[in-house]
Ligand binder design. Structure first.
Ligand code: GLN
Ligand code: MG
Ligand code: MG
Ligand code: MG
Length: 443
């Protein structure tokens, strides 16, 4: 809903809102917030809240540190939980601007808007996205920190489980619905303590915003149940990791241009060109969709996560799957990203790759319905199946070599992304793990 300033003022008044939380996202996908008391409401609504951007990862240097928050009124909501004193907290997602009023290029949300504008110029009206959010719930310890103990030992779609994990999942679903989410599915996943919640698709910007809201809600509600929600890609060795499947479709008006009644799998040529763009840039996109060292411990055989660049209709081992669906739901399901990805950057990259594919008019490789993991390296080579990067280091290299995907981030974000990821890799390279001691102490 597009709220007006007057409506927001009215809601603040009617609901005893005492604080306003103004949110934005840093390069790593972490949501940041400036919280002000409602005495500042007028300033909030006239883009007059300033903050120091120099301490935000990927933003600016000290000497140019002042930033201004422009709230997007359509994101207004009142958090379902109050503050300690019973007052409520209102929330707005903001665009970050510079002091001279320009949209700041280092803000991932502004950048996604820039790419959406490019899509509009290419003649399309909406890039619709449905995310499938997987995460783990662990017990909180007495000190209030996470442990690795799980609240249940249920498994995939286990309905019999009536444990704290299931109760917490239902509480998360109800809380999301109370702030306007339409939750389409929620179930236990394969791993111990692992859950999935899917909310209805919407345009890319709204879905990226909801992804951030989703994490905030899940983390908050989990604590109420004595649990800790984590979105880390592979929290437990030897068990399924957390994916964030990205279901993409493209619209002209009300028409899903990925759909063609006569196409194979009901896919239009436009969908196939888009798909080819995704496949051609998949290695670079991986750096964005799988941005942590730990992300690559999920992308291994045996846990329904992809390792190879290929597509198929049913087979779940390749990168992109075509779920069976009726017209409006015809979509490409990209299965590589995990929920530690910055959703704004991920969608900017996927959209740029897909649009470029449409421009190039090139058909993708043939679908691969056989199990890729059982093929020999030679068979894979014959079919043109390339691997996804297997480490963050290789993914960064692929990103640096891909001018199109770098253009999807723009110069500022590309620079801060590379800087941030290289630092991450260098820290990891210097660390010595327990696995190494166990293995090498006696060599
Ligand atoms: N957890 C799996 C992953 O890592 C996905 C499982 C599924 O939803 N089928 O992507
Ligand atoms: Mg699912
Ligand atoms: Mg799943
Ligand atoms: Mg899926």
């Amino acid at each position: 809903k597009q709220y007006t300033a007057e409506e927001i003022k009215q809601e603040v008044e009617d609901n005893d809102v005492r604080f306003l939380r103004l949110c934005f996202t840093d390069i790593n996908g972490t949501e940041k917030a400036v919280e002000v008391p409602t005495s500042q409401l007028d300033k909030v609504l006239t883009n007059d809240i300033r903050f120091d951007g120099s301490s935000i990862d990927g933003f600016v240097r000290l000497e140019e540190s002042d930033m201004v928050l422009y709230p997007d009124f359509s994101t207004w909501s009142i958090l379902p939980w109050g503050d300690e004193h019973g007052g409520r907290i209102g929330r707005l997602i903001c665009s970050v601007h510079t002091t001279d009023g320009k949209a700041f290029a280092g803000d991932p949300r502004n950048n996604l808007k820039r790419i959406i504008k490019q899509m509009n110029d290419a003649g399309f009206d909406a890039f619709d996205i449905g995310f499938e959010m997987e995460f783990h719930l662990f017990k909180l310890g007495e000190d209030g920190n996470w442990t690795t103990e799980v609240p249940d030992h249920a498994s995939y779609f286990d309905m019999t489980s009536d444990d704290e994990g299931a109760r917490c999942r239902r509480d998360i679903v109800e809380t999301l619905e109370s702030i306007g989410f339409e939750v389409e599915a929620a179930h236990h996943e394969v791993g111990d303590g692992q859950q999935e919640i899917d909310f209805r698709f919407d345009n890319a910007l709204a879905t990226a915003d909801r992804c951030q809201t989703f994490k905030m809600v899940a983390r908050h509600i989990a604590r109420k149940h004595g649990l800790f929600a984590t979105f880390m890609a592979k929290p437990v060795e030897g068990q399924a990791g957390n994916g964030m499947h990205n279901n993409m479709s493209l619209f002209k008006g009300k028409k899903n241009v990925f759909y063609d009644e006569n196409g194979e799998f009901h896919l239009s040529d436009t969908a196939l060109y888009f798909l080819n763009g995704i496949l051609e840039h998949a290695r670079a996109i991986t750096a964005i969709g799988n941005p942590t060292v730990n992300s690559y411990k999920r992308l291994i055989p045996g846990y329904e996560a992809p390792c190879y660049i290929a597509w198929a209709a049913k087979n779940r081992s390749p990168l992109v799957r075509i779920p069976s669906a009726v017209e409006i739901n015809t979509r490409l399901e990209m299965r590589s990203a995990d929920p530690t990805a910055n959703p704004y950057l991920l969608l900017a990259a996927c959209l740029t790759a897909g649009l470029n594919g449409i421009k190039e008019h090139k058909m993708p490789m043939k679908p691969v319905e056989e199990n890729i993991f059982e093929m020999s390296e030679k068979e894979r080579a014959e079919k043109g199946i390339k691997p996804l990067p297997t480490t963050l280091h290789n993914a960064i290299k692929a990103f640096k070599a891909d001018d199109l995907i770098k253009s999807a981030l723009g110069d500022h974000l590309t620079r801060s992304f590379i800087e941030s990821k290289e630092l991450e890799w260098s820290k990891y390279s210097q660390s010595v793990s327990d696995w190494e001691r166990q293995r090498y102490m006696n060599w």
